[in-house]
Design a protein around this ligand. Structure first.
Ligand code: ARG
Length: 255
């Protein structure tokens, strides 16, 4: 009886450890498929064209998998559930334009940043351009983003911060004039303006700058190393530059 209890306890301990343990790179190699996750509503970084997931980060991750010698599969899920899924070993790597922050670094391990960017103020009113101009205004932003956190902390004068589950919904709130301003990513803002040159939409100033990286489970060093090696290779052999030109007509790598 006693022995059975001991064995059961040991099995439970093993099972618990295995249940939350991230797969190191050699386990991924052995099984053959890298499990990737992204939000999928963040054009042109990761979005659907019909049923096909595509975009800069999607193509980049697929390029990394090829260089790492593994196949890949995608999961798409809401932005605020992505990093938690890593801790539960639901996927191996998240690539969804996450800015590296000390707070997130406590929960996950970031790879080398794959681009540098920032948050920008967008408005239909040319007088609203900077963080200061947001005082007394209603502002839309995506839930769970560094942008939302920044405004909560640094811009107490904002009359109402309205958060949306996707960046697209936050954009639509501005386009339908339900808010005075929308805070979003600068390359998304640039593309939107280029596609609608006649729109009233005005790009304001940068609110914050950040380094954007993929994330793996905390301390899954072997996977981060394999990704970083593939990434370094892509920077050196011109494939990163080519992909960046395709989507942004410029090289968006971090300086
Ligand atoms: N860079 C911002 C952040 O780190 C926004 C990211 C939004 N990403 C997305 N897939 N919707 O929070």
């Amino acid at each position: 009886m006693k022995r059975i209890t001991v064995i059961a306890a040991a099995a439970l301990a093993l099972w618990t450890a295995a249940g939350v343990q991230a797969r190191p790179f050699d386990a991924i190699q052995k099984e053959g498929t890298l499990r990737l996750a992204t939000e999928g509503y963040y054009a042109p970084f990761a979005h659907f064209e019909g049923k096909q997931l595509t975009g800069f980060e999607v193509e980049l991750a697929q390029m990394m998998a090829a260089k790492m010698g593994v196949k890949y599969e995608w999961k798409t899920i809401s932005f605020d559930a992505l990093l938690t899924g890593l801790q539960q070993d639901r996927w191996d790597l998240v690539i969804s334009s996450h800015g590296i922050t000390p707070e997130r670094e406590k929960a996950v391990t970031f790879t080398q940043p794959h681009y540098c960017s920032g948050a920008i103020v967008m408005s239909l009113d040319p007088a609203i351009r900077s963080g200061k101009d947001l005082a007394g205004k209603t502002v839309s932003v995506q839930t769970g983003t560094t942008y939302m956190q920044y405004m909560e902390k640094n811009l107490p004068g904002i009359k109402r911060l309205v958060n949306f589950p996707t960046n697209e919904a936050a954009r639509n709130a501005l386009l339908s004039k339900r808010v005075d301003a929308w805070v979003t990513e600068r390359f998304i803002a640039k593309e939107l303006q280029q596609k609608n040159p006649n729109a009233q939409l005005k790009q304001g100033e940068l609110l914050l700058v950040e380094r954007i990286a993929a994330a793996v489970a905390k301390d899954n060093k072997s996977l981060a190393d394999a990704w970083n090696k593939a990434f370094k290779d892509a920077l050196a052999d011109g494939s990163y530059a080519k992909l960046s030109q395709k989507y942004f007509h410029e090289d968006i790598r971090c300086p």
